[in-house]
Structures are given as C-alpha cells and as structure tokens.
Design a protein around this ligand. Structure first.
Ligand SMILES: NC(=O)CC[C@H](N)C(=O)O
Length: 198
C-alpha cells in the first residue's frame, strides 16, 4: 500500500477581500486552502494568494499586522504567489497612479497602472484566452489595473487589447481580473499547477 501525498497547503491573505471565494476556488484543485493574516501563519505554506480589494488598504493593514516584511521575505525566498486585481498591484515592483505613500510587497518586475480602464468602464466582463488554461476564461474586472511595462523575465498570459491582464514571472502569477468571481476554478488550477511544478 502506498500512502497518498499530503495535500498542498495554500494560504489566502485575509486582510481584506473575498477570501472565502478564493478558498473555494482553490479547493476545486484538491488543495488545503485557508485564510492567513499573522506572520507565523505563513510558515510551511506551499503557495499564497493575494486577493483583490483595495491595494492601499491591504498594504496598510499588512504593515499594521506586521506581515508586510514577512510577505516580502517569503516572496523573495520563492514562495509561489498569485495576486488578483489589488493583489497584482501588491506584487508589482512599480505602480502608476498609486497614492503618494503607497507601499507594495513587490517581486514582479512590472509596472502596473491602478484603475487603468478608466471611469467609463469601471467594471466589465470579458471572455479571454489565457495561456495555461484550456478554453476561454470568463474574466470579471472591477476597477482593475493593467500591466503597463514588463521586465525580461515576465511572460504575458492574457491581454485585453494591447494591455496585459494576466502574467507570470517564475514563481509569481497575477491577473487584473477576479477569477474567484464567476470562475470555475480553472485559473486557480493554473496556479496550483505552478505550485506543483516547483
Ligand atoms: N477589484 C480590485 O481589487 C480593485 C483594485 C483597486 N482599484 C486598487 O487600487 O487596489
């Protein structure tokens, strides 16, 4: 008899945003998923999701809970991490239209523009082709960022017009949209594949 491997453990940063929906979407890929907030809860994770919400608020809360530096350290050390919407902004090394004192966690060699699609199209939905996901992805954008400039190591997985909205750089992945809304878990599945591959 062989023993089954322990399921992967994936944390969802639970400072703000739709944590429960991310947990559910991850569970569709047979992983153990749960909210994390304290530095010690990052110990032993196989992967991490940074949800959408308000990037300025999440960064401030991360400072308050003294988890900002531990998050930076985990990402530097190679923890596979998936940022969605505000989570994409938090993973970006550079942002445009942030607030004056806005901090990010960083790690992705990209410039991300906040609220990029403008007031006319504050929120919209689109069916996209995305590298690594079979079939089209129904993507929900809510005051979403786009990727304005990418470094050499960044692979563009999906775009709206000429604007990248899903990217990967090594152990990091990010989408401008909210795959936990209206999704069927396939985008989270692509992230779980990334985690399994590392
Ligand atoms: N849905 C979202 O996560 C919106 C992101 C938000 N506009 C920000 O700047 O953080």
């Amino acid at each position: 008899m062989t023993l089954g491997a322990a399921p992967l453990r994936i944390g969802v940063l639970a400072l703000q945003g739709d944590v429960r929906e991310h947990v559910r979407a991850l569970e569709a890929s047979d992983v153990e998923a749960f909210g994390v907030r304290r530095p010690r809860e990052l110990d032993g994770l196989d992967g991490l999701v940074l949800p959408g919400g308000e990037s300025t608020t999440i960064a401030k809360l991360a400072r308050h809970f003294e988890v900002l530096e531990p998050l930076r350290a985990c990402i530097r050390e190679g923890l596979p991490t998936f940022g969605t919407c505000a989570g994409m902004i938090l993973l970006a090394d550079r942002i445009v239209d942030g607030t004056a004192d806005q901090e990010t966690i960083g790690g992705l060699d990209v410039t991300v523009r906040r609220n990029a699609f403008g007031r006319q199209v504050d929120s919209f939905e689109a069916d996209l082709e995305m590298i690594g996901v079979d079939g089209s992805v129904h993507a929900v954008f809510i005051r979403a960022p786009w990727v304005e400039q990418v470094g050499d190591g960044v692979k563009i997985l999906a775009a709206v017009g000429e604007h990248p909205v899903a990217i990967r750089q090594g152990h990091l992945m990010a989408t401008s949209f909210h795959p936990e809304i209206d999704g069927d878990g396939r985008v989270h599945g692509a992230f779980v594949d990334l985690v399994r591959g590392r």
